[in-house]
Design a protein around this ligand. Structure first.
Ligand code: ADP
Ligand code: MG
Length: 206
C-alpha cells in the first residue's frame, strides 16, 4: 500500500487535534500503518525546541530566531521520523507542517516567502505532503474555541490581526496549489467537518 504524507493545518482552535484520531482511524481501516506526529515537535530534540518556541516566556525572541528554531525542529523531525516512516511504507499524519511556517512566520510575522523557501529546501529537500487538509476558520472563532481549552501558547496570545494574516496566508497557499490542498470549512459541527474530511480522503487517496 502506497504510504502517504498527510498534513493538517489551520489556525488555533480550527479542530486539528479533534479530527486527528478520526483521520488516523480511517486510514488504518484502509490498511495503512499510520504514524501520527505534530509540529513543532515529533522527536525528542524537536519537542525540546517546541517548548522554547511555544511555551517560553520570552517576548524578546526575534521573528528570525523563531523561524529557524521551527525549521531546526523540522529538520530533525524529517530526518529522524518522517522520512524513515515513509521509507518503511508507513503513512505519516502530521498536525501542522511547513505550511504553518508560511502562515505564521510568513503571513503573521512578515518574513518573505523566499527566505522560508530556503529553509524548507534545507530541512526537507524535495519532501512535500501528498495531501494537506486546511481546516479554515475565522481567527476570532478559533481563538474563542481555543480559549475554552485553556493553557495558551505564544501564538494563541497573538493579536487577532496576526492570526487573521496567518489564516489568509494559508488560504492563499491552498489556492495556489489545489492539487495538494483541500480547504475544509471548519466553522461547522465536529461531525460535519469530519464528513468533509472523509470525502476528501476518499477522493484524493485513490
Ligand atoms: N467543529 C467544531 N465545533 C465546535 N467546537 C470544536 C470543533 N472542533 C473542535 N472544537 C473544540 O474547539 C477547541 C479547539 O479544538 P482543537 O481540536 O484543539 O483545535 P486545534 O488543534 O486546531 O487548535 C476544543 O475545545 C474542541 O473541542
Ligand atoms: Mg491542536
Amino acid at each position: 500500500m502506497k504510504p502517504y504524507f498527510i498534513t493538517l493545518e489551520g489556525v488555533e482552535g480550527a479542530g486539528k487535534s479533534t479530527q486527528m484520531k478520526r483521520i488516523s482511524g480511517w486510514l488504518a481501516a484502509q490498511g495503512h500503518t499510520v504514524v501520527e506526529s505534530r509540529e513543532p515537535g515529533g522527536t525528542h530534540i524537536s519537542e525540546m525546541i517546541r517548548d522554547v518556541v511555544l511555551h517560553g516566556d520570552h517576548p524578546e525572541m526575534s521573528a528570525h530566531t523563531e523561524l529557524m528554531l521551527i525549521f531546526a525542529a523540522r529538520a530533525q523531525h524529517v530526518h529522524e521520523l518522517i522520512r524513515p516512516a515513509l521509507d518503511a511504507g508507513k503513512t505519516v499524519l502530521c498536525d501542522r507542517f511547513t505550511d504553518a511556517s508560511y502562515a505564521y512566520q510568513g503571513g503573521g510575522r512578515g518574513i518573505p516567502e523566499r527566505d522560508i523557501a530556503t529553509l524548507e529546501q534545507m530541512a526537507q529537500g524535495d519532501l512535500r505532503p501528498d495531501l494537506t487538509l486546511l481546516l479554515d476558520l475565522p481567527a476570532k472563532e478559533g481563538l474563542a474555541r481555543a480559549d475554552g481549552r485553556g493553557s495558551e501558547d505564544r501564538f494563541e496570545t497573538e493579536s487577532l490581526a496576526f492570526l487573521d494574516r496567518a489564516r489568509r496566508a494559508y488560504l492563499a497557499r491552498a489556492a495556489g496549489d489545489p492539487s495538494r490542498y483541500v480547504v475544509i470549512d471548519a466553522a461547522r459541527s465536529v461531525t460535519r467537518v469530519w464528513r468533509d474530511i472523509q470525502d476528501a480522503l476518499e477522493q484524493r487517496l485513490k
